[in-house]
Design a binder for this molecule. Structure first.
Ligand SMILES: [Ca+2]
Ligand SMILES: [Ca+2]
Length: 87
């Protein structure tokens, strides 16, 4: 349970990133609002968070370990570093 809660907090804390999000000019709201109706439904929110959880859960066992979290953090640092080079 502790792992799950930690995972949820982690997932929320990385909410500014998701698959294919590399442009800082992209509005995060629009990325979550899949049907572009100007509102984020619980379904849209959970779909986005589920995608993110699966991305962090490298071995697909349904849990995020500290190691997987650290790996994900490292990936984010690399993405940020690459963005800085491009800009
Ligand atoms: Ca929507
Ligand atoms: Ca895992």
């Amino acid at each position: 349970m502790k792992v799950l809660l930690t995972s949820l907090v982690l997932v929320m804390s990385f909410s500014s990133f998701s698959e294919g999000e590399t442009s800082k000019s992209v509005d995060r709201f629009d990325l979550v609002d899949e049907n572009s109706d100007g509102k984020i439904s619980m379904k849209e929110w959970l779909a986005k968070q589920t995608k993110r959880f699966k991305r962090i859960d490298k071995n697909n066992d349904g849990f995020i370990t500290k190691n997987e979290r650290d790996q994900f953090k490292d990936e984010l640092i690399i993405i940020r570093h690459d963005e800085d080079k491009n800009n």
